[in-house]
Design a protein around this ligand. Structure first.
Ligand code: NAD
Length: 444
């Protein structure tokens, strides 16, 4: 199939490479010229396991390219995937400006397309996370501008993305399910073809049902993390290993619950969980509904952050070295990273800090992340070091913030340090170190 993808960030870049690898001809569209140039020279726009090789190979095979030209991309493809950002406003409402920025191009171009090829049918699939009703809003906008009829000349469908950064390529090929929200059988058939080869159930639902699903999904993930962290805090005070508790808990066959996200540890973060949790909470508020369970998830997360800060306050006169600053292992994404929040709090209290994260070397920064650092945390980029051993030698206290395997050897080689492990790596520690594992051993 000929496919256009709007937005070449985490979701767009992975979809571009993986769809091409499955034999489709794919053009990426972005307003960011740097990202377009990266794809056109066979380079990924993000740091993510396996994506560099996929983009390089698919570029060589001539299956992918990128452009800033919306019209050309829509005219020459049968299906357009929208994967631009959908941040929340300060009030928690969805900021639809990026989505509408893309959608505004479709009316005129689809009319031109139908005039050139009467009977053609174009599908616009929203991979971005959007509130219920957004697809209908976009369809109405296209109808207004083109005079075309939804579900006859074109369709706007919801097709939420379930990948997780750090394992995005693997997740693309092993999704928990494929969800298509549409009232058009023809559109459902076309979108289904994209995922023919994936080993996942395909569920076709009403558009609004599919649209709300990511909010429900991510809110539940945040709830699981917060529940596990509260259990962890209780166990820690009693000297009980909370990871063992949660492992045994998940083995209860009657519960039939996955152990994903049930690892007591640090606060959650990232570009999706906090945003989608806030989004669902705001939706409930706007509907005059009380949702005390959902509303308190974030509070638990704040408490988890405060526990880490309180632990570190004991070492205010010493050098603090951060191992990991991304919101999780395997990604360069710093948006809403709890490690960034922790570092910023410590900086504000006069701590001396250095940061090492191989995915966030300043030399590697491009696109989404470079913009994010430049706009939001320029002061932190000055603290990044390229050499992990230099940081370990300099630091009195090491804070392990992400579950990168390379930190195991670094911690095991260190001597005479305080090591605060927020993610529970299997570290065999030198006796000269003081080891503090948040949430599974005594933190005192
Ligand atoms: P991102 O910020 O990494 O990428 C968005 C891209 O869209 C950027 O490259 C930006 O330049 C581009 N863009 C902005 N306006 C544009 C326009 N008018 N035309 C073309 N391109 C434009 O975002 P992301 O993390 O890939 O997330 C995209 C969507 O997918 C969001 O709705 C998010 O909630 C959802 N999602 C993200 C993940 C994830 O793990 N990142 C997982 C599932 C769903």
């Amino acid at each position: 199939m000929n496919i256009s993808i709007f937005g070449l960030g985490y979701v767009g870049c992975v979809s571009l490479g993986c769809l091409a690898q499955n034999g489709h001809q794919v053009v990426g569209v972005d307003v960011n010229q740097t990202k377009v140039n990266q794809i056109n020279t066979g380079r990924a726009t993000i740091i993510e396991k396996d994506i560099d090789a996929i983009i390089a190979t698919q570029h060589l095979l001539g299956r992918i390219r990128a452009t800033t030209d919306f019209r050309e991309a829509i005219l020459n493809t049968d299906l357009s995937i929208i994967a631009v950002g959908t941040p929340t406003t300060a009030q928690g409402h969805l900021n639809l400006s990026y989505i509408m920025g893309v959608a505004s191009h479709f009316g005129d171009v689809l009319r031109e397309k139908v005039e050139r090829a009467p009977g053609s049918f174009h599908v616009v699939a929203l991979r971005s996370t959007v509130m219920p009703g957004t697809c209908a809003k976009i369809a109405a906008m296209i109808e207004d501008r083109s005079g075309l009829q939804r579900d006859v000349d074109f369709a706007v469908v919801s097709n939420p993305e379930f990948l997780r950064e750090g394992t995005a390529v693997h997740d693309y090929y092993h999704p928990p399910l494929t969800l298509i929200g549409t009232e058009s059988e023809r559109a459902a058939q076309l979108v289904r073809q994209l995922y023919d080869e994936l080993p996942a159930d395909v569920i076709v639902a009403e558009t609004k049902t599919a649209e709300i699903m990511k909010y429900v999904n991510n809110t539940y993930h945040a709830l699981k993390i917060s529940f596990a962290n509260e259990v962890g805090n209780i166990c820690s005070s009693l000297g009980i290993d909370s990871h063992e508790v949660m492992d045994i808990f998940c083995r209860d066959k009657q519960l039939n619950i996955s152990n994903y996200y049930f690892k007591p540890g640090f606060a959650y973060g990232g570009s999706c969980l906090p945003k989608d949790l806030k989004g669902l909470q705001t939706l409930a508020h706007d509907l005059y509904l009380q949702v005390p369970v959902i509303s308190s998830i974030h509070r638990t997360n704040e408490i988890q952050m405060q526990r880490a800060i309180a632990l570190l306050m004991r070492y205010s006169h010493r050098n603090i070295g951060f191992l990991g600053i991304g919101f999780k292992a395997g990604t360069d994404d710093l948006r809403n990273s709890p490690a960034v929040d922790l570092a910023e709090t410590l900086l504000g209290k006069g701590f001396a800090l250095k940061i090492y994260d191989r995915n966030v070397h300043t030399s590697k920064l491009t696109g989404t992340n470079k913009e994010y650092i430049d706009q939001h945390i320029p002061h932190l980029s000055r603290l990044l070091v390229q050499d992990a051993r230099e940081l370990v030698n300099w630091a009195d206290v090491l804070v392990i913030c992400t579950k990168e395997n390379e930190f195991i050897a670094l911690a095991e080689e260190a001597t005479g340090k305080v090591i605060l492990d927020l993610v529970r790596l299997p570290i065999d520690m030198d006796a000269s170190n003081q080891y503090i594992g948040i949430n599974w051993s005594q933190e005192a």
